[in-house]
Design a protein around this ligand. Structure first.
Ligand code: SAM
Length: 389
């Protein structure tokens, strides 16, 4: 096989997302400080990247390259190294290049791994270690005083960890030059509020100020006591209704987890008005649209109460995400946690971009709303931000 043919054919498989892993070694120049490079696919913000792990004499460095931009990196790798081992989904390839780029090429069928699990690749380990005692998890009853996760709290532990992964992804969107203001609406027992504080403040050392707000006085008192006992000075808990909470003018991140029905919408509306850079919201019990739905074309589905309820919930979240898109966010609906853990598993994740919606986007939104006879609470709350009838 000719050098250029080999180069193009391997690159083609990488670009078509067949890569499981690759190792590139034997630097052509003795002076090259990089001894070996490992490649693997990873997903960052829902986008496929190739991660390059550069092995130097004593240290490792990482670079994540978007798949669309990988071709030039590939050229450079072959300019600098002579040995390539690649595992693709269907085949394993070994390539040895001579100094003059004569190619020795061996391939065999890959009989082991058939699927690339990007999410697994992205984070193999929990961000909170299962065997390390965390004071907040002990106080919240998730861990025993020895730091063992209690059997009946294992789902909660998984949920907290998953949530921290999402928090970790938001780091790039948070301001670096000021105290990051974070609000958790409907914080309840505040597992996630504590987890968020622990991760951003204690593990990452960020300058943050966090408020958890909930209607339940006793629960809030208990959370306040725990925060005080743990010396979490920049974490406060307040009793109050989201709808009456007007104490802020600017907030950087708004979080809601299972805030009931339109409480989620109130929180989303607040976040938009405060110009929040990040919104993370897992809704719950969406009843609003269920009451409004009138779509004869969908009667085959909607005559079943169960389907109507699920459809309403999915349509409500889609409408919420689209409204956020229309008011300058990049909003996605992503799986919060596997469905066996909790059925309330859709996360609305939105990052502020300030982008303007296209005419087609606005029209698409209006048509969808009309088809369902939906009068979304969130649209009403954000009237002045939306350029629609
Ligand atoms: C299902 S719990 C979730 C609690 C917590 N976020 C968690 O995931 O563990 C929902 C919480 O939202 C609170 N909530 C509902 N409507 C609210 C409102 N309008 N203002 C403040 N809190 C509200 C409830 O009191 C309750 O504690």
């Amino acid at each position: 096989m000719e050098f250029n043919e080999m180069k193009d054919s391997v690159l083609k498989q990488i670009l078509s997302k067949q890569l499981i892993q690759a190792t590139i070694s034997q630097p052509r120049a003795k002076s090259n400080e990089i001894k070996r490079i490992k490649l693997k696919p990873i997903e960052i913000k829902n986008m496929y990247h190739i991660q390059l792990e550069y092995q130097y004499e004593r240290i490792l460095k990482h670079e994540n390259i978007r798949i669309e931009e990988f071709s030039s990196a590939w050229e450079k790798l072959l300019d600098d190294f002579r040995q390539i081992h690649v595992d693709f989904i269907e085949e394993k390839i070994q390539i040895q290049l001579s100094k003059k780029n004569k190619v020795m090429y061996k391939t065999e069928k890959n009989t082991s791994l058939k699927q690339v699990d990007l999410s697994h690749n992205r984070k193999k380990n929990y961000l909170l270690d299962e065997h390390t005692p965390y004071p907040f998890l002990i106080r919240l009853g998730v861990q025993t005083s020895e730091g063992k996760v209690k059997k009946q709290k294992y789902d909660k532990f998984k949920q907290i960890n998953r949530f921290i992964e999402f928090i970790d992804d938001t780091l790039a969107y948070l301001p670096k030059d000021k105290t990051v203001r974070i609000l958790d609406f409907g914080s309840g027992k505040s597992y996630l509020t504590f987890a968020l504080y622990h991760y951003l403040k204690i593990e990452k050392g960020l300058d943050i100020r966090v408020t958890g707000l909930d209607l339940k006085k006793e629960v809030i008192e208990e959370c306040s006591q725990i925060a005080k006992d743990l010396d979490y000075d920049d974490l406060e808990f307040l009793v109050g209704d989201i709808n009456d909470y007007n104490d802020e003018t600017a907030v950087d991140m708004v979080v809601t987890l299972h805030a009931c029905d339109v409480a989620t919408d109130m929180a989303l509306a607040r976040a938009v008005k405060w110009n929040a850079s990040v919104i993370l919201s897992v809704p719950c019990c969406q009843h609003e649209l269920n009451r409004q739905l009138d779509a004869p074309g969908l009667n085959i589905m909607l005559k079943h109460g169960l389907i109507k309820e699920r459809f309403s919930a999915l349509a409500t979240d889609s409408i919420r995400a689209e409204i956020l898109n229309l008011v300058g966010y990049e909003a996605q609906l992503v799986e919060f946690i596997d469905i066996e853990n909790t059925p309330k598993n859709i996360l609305i994740r939105a990052y502020k971009t300030g982008g303007k919606p296209t005419h087609e986007q606005i029209e698409g939104y209006e048509q969808f709303k009309e088809m369902l006879n939906a009068q979304p609470f969130l649209e009403n709350e954000l009237k002045e931000y939306l350029n629609i009838d």
